[in-house]
Design a protein around this ligand. Sequence first.
Ligand code: DQA
Length: 244
Amino acid sequence: MVERNEDNLEEVPTETLARLYIKQGFLDKGISVYRKLCLENPDNVELKKTLEDLEKGLGGETDKSLSGEGKKDEKILKVLENWLGAIQDKKERLKRRESVKKHVLVIHGPNLNMLGKREKGIYGTATLDEINSELAAEGEKLGLTVETFQSNHEGAIVEKIHEAVRNCQGVIINPAAYTHTSVAIRDALLILDVPIIEVHLSNIYRREPFRHKSMTSDVATAQIAGLGKLGYLLALQALSKLIK
Ligand code: DQA
């Protein structure tokens, strides 16, 4: 055993000291301590093997990552790992957001509950229930949830639009007769910050002059008129693109 000298730790050859040197990147000093240890313990096969590995540059603890250069590499690796982690997080958040279905509200104004019975030559034979079912099926295909609402009351429509502010990514509205009169519905639509498509079953511009004026068309993103129930489906397809 070499005598202990406080000024020169190398003179106390222990494996701990050797490892410490190697960890700090002082490979030569580490090897020199192992050599002394091997001389002191000629029968210790493990020590001999460690020394041989170190001399060949294979020692686990002499790994480059512990030298000065290795430490730099380690830092770069850490930064890259952090970046990769952040990218992965972002991807997962986007995936989660995409997997939450967008919600579309379809509002039908007054007298549209009478479709199928009402002026069939103008509005067609499909009932409102049939139109709503087709909208739901189309929504399913497009990955959207579709909520339908019909009212004969202006205030109820206004309140439904207020609700949409909280939970809708798009609105389809056929304000029916209110199209031509309702400042209240127009003002409510102005509160929305989502795409709005105004739909009319009939082509209001080919009908009586009082139907040519829409209070809501310049508030809406677009208007579809004259295509019957197909207009609603096209509006939903367009919204799906506008929303995504
Ligand atoms: C309508 C046209 C309106 O002028 C009329 O009052 C309606 C339906 C349409 O869908 O063609 O009720 O909005």
